[in-house]
Ligand binder design. Structure first.
Ligand code: FAD
Length: 471
């Protein structure tokens, strides 16, 4: 018998449920396949950096699998529709009996998988796995068997489910007969690719696991007090690996519990676990509310907000030239590295929507085009949170003040100075509103003046949201 593992967002050897299941029968021949879909990626706005990261990990996975006697084939077709005939003919050619894959919960991905299973019905047995979450969507529900719309009760129910049994990690496949095998050449991807900084995000499963271990040993205990300060290396930075499945959330959970044994009693580690639960919350929500994948807001009336179409404002935001240092430094960090600190994602998203009154979906798309860790559910959830259009989102009248946010979370301006050298000589206290200081001193800065006045923008935004709510 021949077993095919269709790799998608699960580019790893360890704790890969589909791969492990395909390898369980030691007599079966196991082969892997990855299909690049450039037009689909284009439509989904996948960042060239993430495409590059995927390709680097395919190289690594291909080597690791061939050492174990599993050839990984790659192919390229236009889009998800074209994956179906591609897999069908691949199954034919390789006489595949069973197909193993890990679920993806986004709408187009789910439609593709349903169509594929229908197409292969009667020829190839298909088995899907809930691999990219600790607990499967649909397994954490209210008493009325509905999806939670608020995070805190969801997280409580999630933890209770965990008490009933901790999902274990599965082993990497054993070396199979005829190992090592030849690794098939990697097909070209006709998609723009941009290398990411490997000193920040080294390529490979081993490197990702090492980063996770280091953080769980040294950072997870202090996460609660460190996580809000972008100048501090206080968060795990494992998001790029989770997004393309080089790490699994079960590995994160088990490593955390091993290093921080009091996590489940609310001890050190619990706050980091809470972030992993947010990740699951958004994935579950997206499964229950497919409209989220169609760029619909969760709160209906927010569709009526009269968004601004000021292109100069949008470009200034994208390029980090708003005149608000914390916003601009954050955008520089993302534009240059593909990663942005969570506190800054909240500040920059809030600024685009609540200070510039620009449609959150434009920001969501721009983030996706830059992020190495671009993940539809987390990104959409984060944007809808910041824009007050989502479930359990910030209320629309809560508007971050970008100047005081900077003062609170980058008091000495260490982060700002790192990304905006033109402000390096401005004193700490003046750094968050540098022109006020510069004008008093008679100094000219090589830095833009604020493109909007926060107080006025706040009033206009409140009025726009209130008008939308009443309409
Ligand atoms: P840590 O703080 O160490 O957290 C550990 C892991 O938990 C993260 O790697 C991530 O997988 C998950 N996580 C943490 N916070 C959140 C959250 N609020 N929602 C969902 N999952 C979370 N995260 C992405 O992975 N991809 C995105 O495209 C993305 N876009 C975002 C857009 C906005 C506007 C906002 C406000 C948040 C977004 N996030 C996104 C969530 C969060 O900012 C990042 O997951 C986090 O900054 C990644 O850094 P880390 O790995 O050091 O996180």
């Amino acid at each position: 018998t021949t077993h095919l593992v269709w790799f998608r967002a699960d580019l790893r050897l360890h704790d890969n449920l589909a791969l492990a299941a395909a390898c369980r029968d030691s007599g079966a021949k196991v082969i892997g396949l990855f299909i690049a879909t450039p037009e689909q990626w284009q439509a989904h706005g996948v960042a060239p950096r993430q495409a590059w990261f995927i390709r680097q990990h395919l190289h690594a996975l291909r080597e690791a699998l061939s050492r174990r006697g599993i050839p990984l084939y790659t192919a390229q077709v236009d889009d998800f529709d074209a994956c179906i005939p591609c897999i069908a003919s691949f199954c034919d050619e390789h006489r595949v009996d069973a197909l193993f894959y890990n679920y993806q919960y986004e709408l187009n991905e789910r439609k593709r998988d349903v169509a594929l299973e229908k197409h292969l019905d009667g020829f190839v047995t298909c088995q899907g796995f809930d691999d990219s979450v600790v607990l499967a969507p649909g397994s954490v529900l209210t008493g009325n068997r509905e999806m939670y719309k608020v995070f805190t009760p969801f997280s409580r129910a999630w933890l209770k489910r965990l008490d009933e049994g901790l999902p274990e990690c599965v082993h990497a496949p054993k070396v199979r007969q005829h190992a090592p095998c030849e690794a098939p050449a990697l097909a070209a991807f006709d998609y723009p690719q941009e290398p990411a900084d490997e000193t920040l995000f080294p390529v490979g499963e081993e490197a990702a696991l090492a980063q996770l271990r280091r953080f769980c040993q040294n950072g997870a205990g202090e996460y609660e007090t460190q996580r809000d300060f972008p100048a501090v290396d206080g968060t795990s930075r494992v998001s790029p690996y989770l997004a393309i499945g080089v790490l699994s959330p079960r590995q994160c959970l088990h490593r955390l519990l091993a290093e921080q044994p009091r996590t489940l009693d609310g001890g050190p580690g619990a706050v980091w676990l809470n972030e992993l639960i947010w990740r699951e919350f958004y994935k579950h929500l997206m499964t229950f509310y497919p409209a989220l994948c169609r760029y619909q807001p969760f709160i209906g009336w927010t569709k009526n907000v009269a968004w601004s179409d000021d292109e100069a404002h949008f470009t200034a935001w994208c390029e980090g030239r708003t005149g608000y240092p914390i916003v601009d430094a954050a955008m520089m960090q993302m534009n240059q590295t593909g990663w942005m600190h969570n506190r800054l994602r909240m500040i920059t998203a809030s600024f685009l929507v609540k200070d510039l009154l620009i449609d959150w979906r434009r920001g969501e798309r721009y983030f996706m085009s830059q992020l190495l860790d671009g993940d539809f559910a987390a990104n959409n959830g984060g944007w809808q949170w910041a824009a007050s259009t989502g479930t359990d989102a910030a209320p629309y009248f809560r508007i971050f003040n970008p100047t005081t946010q900077g003062e609170r979370f980058d008091a000495a301006g260490e982060f700002i100075r790192r990304w905006i050298p033109a402000l390096s000589s401005v004193p700490d206290k003046a750094l968050h509103d540098p022109w006020r200081w510069a004008d008093k001193q008679g100094v000219t800065l090589d830095y833009p003046r604020p493109i909007v006045d926060h107080k006025q923008a706040r009033v206009a935004t409140l009025a726009a949201y209130e008008a939308a709510r009443k309409s």
